[in-house]
Design a protein around this ligand. Structure first.
Ligand code: ZN
Length: 220
């Protein structure tokens, strides 16, 4: 029988502890807004959690910090022997969420040719790793909320489509469409699944051609 070797990093000394839960909400978007507001101006590290469902109500875990440019959901979720996340007893998993820190200065120094709008968009959008994480873990939770430092809240709903699979391969270094258009990654993700702007920033108007869906995906 094949067994997957575990490393120290995969084997925390104690099982992850589920953070306390938010009040109950009618929609997952409302629970995500609550988490986004709870993160608020804490933009020094990445914060994250999950949105759970029970009895037709949605609950966000209180945001917990991780590192400057990483949020690892293993901090709060257990995994099975195959490496799949497990929902806590009595709950189903609705969505992942995580935030990005305020990194405008670092982005500007890495990409000196970026305009202010491009820096803002880059700082308020899923990284390639975030996108690959969503595709990989869609069986656990199809939705993944993103809380940006400039009061942006996005939602990506994985489709499992051929377009998404192709983008996943591209994100892992495979061939794919490339473009020098700055909004190309936004366009690509919007084509791979559903990309919603739950809380918009005016910068999105600059990239309206990328067509992310605006407005709440559920109840306003
Ligand atoms: Zn991220």
């Amino acid at each position: 029988m094949h067994t997957t070797p575990t490393t120290l990093a995969d084997s925390p000394r104690r099982p992850p502890e589920l953070p306390p839960l938010s009040p109950a909400f009618i929609t997952a978007d409302d629970a995500a807004r609550w988490a986004h507001e709870a993160i608020g101006q804490r933009r020094d590290l990445e914060y994250g959690g999950v949105i759970l469902k029970r009895g037709g109500r949605y609950y966000a875990t209180h945001p917990i910090p991780d590192r400057r440019n990483i949020f690892d959901h293993k901090r709060l979720l257990a995994k099975d022997s195959e490496g799949n996340f497990l929902a806590p007893n009595d709950y189903s998993a609705e969505a992942f969420y995580h935030s990005h820190p305020a990194d405008a200065a670092q982005i500007k120094s890495h990409f000196p040719h970026f305009t202010a709008d491009q820096v803002l968009l880059f700082n308020n959008f899923y990284s390639s790793e975030d996108q690959a994480f969503s595709f990989r873990n869609r069986a656990f939770a199809k939705a993944h909320y993103f809380s940006g430092p400039d009061d942006v809240l996005l939602k990506y709903v994985s489709s499992g489509s051929a377009v998404e699979k192709k983008l996943g391969q591209q994100l892992r270094g495979g061939p794919g469409d490339t473009s020098s258009d700055f909004e190309h990654p936004v366009r690509q993700l919007a084509a791979a699944g559903e990309l919603w702007v739950v809380i918009a920033h005016p910068v999105w108007a600059v990239f309206a051609g990328a067509c992310p869906r605006t407005g709440a995906s559920g109840r306003q």
